[in-house]
Write a protein that binds this ligand. Structure first.
Ligand code: DGJ
Length: 569
């Protein structure tokens, strides 16, 4: 999964790169990605690592003083990794004059608190708009031009059709990565880098500056067409459908190949979309040619920024996406051209220096979105999500079902130290992490996400069929009149008849794949993992293992059980 020379060669951004770049660390010692079966793992100091993380608010890391009282709370949340912003405006306040004192302070404080960092490079774009570029860039639009909307009006978005924009961003990013290599190349506090934040054109479905219009009127570039043809069998089904709808042409302009763009009459955010339409539109392609065109531009721009950084210090890099969703179903209502699932193939073509395409996953369709982001081997890293009960369940699901590298709710300043649900889930996940990591990508682990409306899931794991049910003690509703949830259950087959199960509010039944056999619970222990070793607590039997066949994780708190099952006729 290591991406090297081809990404670096693509950099071509006029940087004077040191010949020692990235050579002083051997690739195997700096944080990197490695395949294990079908999974991709983040390897830190020679060992696979699960990032139990949280992201700070956007401005928090701009002040070490502000961060001071926060560190103990982050530690108390049982996180091992913090996602923190590094902004272009603060590291290069004057062109060519770099100030890394904030970055150094952040690294120092993270180390003191025994925490890792994932740094978020807020360069040309943040949530589609451009607001983190330094003032010397903001105020010089002749040199650093903006994108235009369909009225020919500039939008506060640096255009992807400017080498000056790209090269200035790439240069600053390369300097940051050079500095990180110098100060962290041995210590590995920083694990990964997010390049930009939720890129894409917001406010119109595509850039309509003169340069953009000229490119849009030209044929789809041949190398992109060739890539789609070569990868036709594995393309995202949405992209293939959009292409097939216009005859799978292998050449032509963007609208000839992918259909019409946004008509001038359509007002974004306007009243033209009823709620009913929004619910339909968010699951389909809208103005595919505009979105594909922008994905091509953003991916190539971001690739050059990332490649310039990797040439200095080659640690894993990802991009995050603002998802298409019912509230914003059409490109431009969400950033058009960002790495949403329907354009993953275009991003893979345009941005080989990017290792991971990530969802900022706040929408209810958590499991479905994880599935769309892991198609074709894309590793799962969720840089933004919710915390609380939902976050705890989603984290467990992502690690168990999606072989996630990391999970990170947004807004740690708000919930660190007080979110007991997430803290408990992270505590348990951390204790089980050696087992989770050993089983990722091997087909011996899975997870379910359940709630009152999706209350049962049946799946095969190891030698048995397993039915997991959302379960509440009969008195629960009467006493509280609330439903907990969603809840997660994580299942690991540790032997031919052995399972480790982590969950809450769960009833679990095992079935043989041979219908003439019944399955009983042989032994069932609750317990904990301490330093990777199972330490049993109560032996569960009788009422706790209903009729000798149904295992319960009764509590409304996550816990772990080790069960051995057996067959009888
Ligand atoms: C998504 C962005 O990526 C974050 O930086 C932050 O602005 C959140 N939205 C706020 O909910």
């Amino acid at each position: 999964m290591k991406l090297k020379l081809h990404a670096l060669v693509a950099a071509g951004v006029g940087l004077v790169l040191t010949t020692t770049s990235a050579q002083s660390q051997t690739a195997s010692t700096i944080p990197h990605l490695e395949k294990q079966g079908t999974a991709t793992q983040l390897v830190v100091d020679g060992k696979p690592f699960l990032a139990l993380a949280a992201e700070l608010h956007n401005s928090s890391a701009s002040s070490l003083e502000y961060m001071k009282p926060l560190w103990p709370k982050l530690v108390a949340s049982h996180l091992n990794t913090v996602l923190a912003t590094v902004s272009w405006e603060l590291i290069e306040p004057q062109e060519g004059k770099f100030d890394f004192s904030l970055v150094d302070g952040l690294l120092q404080d993270a180390r003191t608190n025994d925490l890792h960092l994932v740094l978020l490079w807020f360069g040309s774009w943040k949530n589609g708009k451009s607001s983190y570029q330094p003032l010397w860039v903001k105020t010089n639009q002749a040199r650093f031009p903006l994108a235009c909307d369909s009225n020919g009006k500039s939008m506060p978005i640096m255009t992807t059709f400017s080498d000056a924009n790209r090269d200035a961003d790439a240069h600053a990013f390369a300097m940051l990565m050079r500095h990180l290599r110098e100060v962290d190349g041995e210590k590995h506090t920083v694990l990964m880098i997010q390049v930009e934040n939720e890129v894409g054109t917001l406010g119109d479905s595509r850039d309509r500056s003169p340069a953009a219009n000229e490119a849009f009127a030209k044929p789809v570039p041949k190398d992109l067409m060739d890539y789609l043809v070569q990868h036709k069998d594995t393309l995202a089904p949405e992209l293939l459908k959009g292409w097939a709808a216009h005859g799978c042409k292998t050449s032509g302009t963007w609208t000839e190949v992918f259909g019409p763009g946004k008509p001038a009459s359509v007002q974004l955010y306007g009243p033209d979309l009823t709620d009913k339409k929004k619910n339909i539109y968010w699951r389909q392609l809208n103005w595919a040619s505009d979105e594909f065109f922008m994905a091509w531009r953003y991916s190539m721009y971001v690739n050059q920024v990332a490649a310039a950084g990797k040439a200095e210090y080659d640690i894993p890099m990802y991009v995050n996406s603002w998802l298409q969703q019912p509230g914003c179903p059409r490109p431009g209502e969400y950033p058009s051209g960002g790495p949403v699932p329907q354009v993953h193939d275009i991003w893979r073509f345009g941005a080989p220096a990017i290792d991971i395409l990530s969802p900022d996953l706040y929408i209810e369709q958590f499991a479905e979105t994880c599935a769309r982001y892991t198609r074709n081997g894309n590793p799962l890293f969720i840089p933004e999500s919710e915390a609380g009960v939902r976050g705890a369940a989603n984290a467990i699901y992502a690690f168990g079902a999606g072989n996630a590298i990391g999970f990170s709710p947004f807004g740690a300043d708000r919930f660190a130290g007080s979110d007991l649900e997430l803290t408990r889930a992270y505590d348990l996940l951390s204790s089980v992490s050696p087992l989770i990591l050993a089983n990722q990508g091997k087909g011996t682990m899975t997870a379910v996400l359940l709630d009152a409306t999706n209350a049962t899931q049946t799946f095969r794991l190891g030698n048995y069929k397993i039915e997991a049910k959302f379960w509440l003690p009969p008195a629960w509703m009467h006493a509280t009149n609330t439903m907990p949830g969603p809840i997660a259950g994580l299942f690991i087959a540790t032997g031919p008849d052995d399972y480790i199960i982590m969950g809450r509010n769960l009833a679990v039944n095992f079935y043989s794949t041979n219908e003439t056999e019944s399955v009983g619970i042989g032994t069932d222990e609750e317990g904990v993992y301490e330093n990777g070793r199972w330490v049993p607590g109560r032996r569960l039997n009788g009422d706790e293992v209903y009729e000798w066949r149904t295992l319960h994780l009764r509590d409304d708190k996550y816990s772990i059980q080790h069960v051995k099952v057996y067959r009888y006729r």
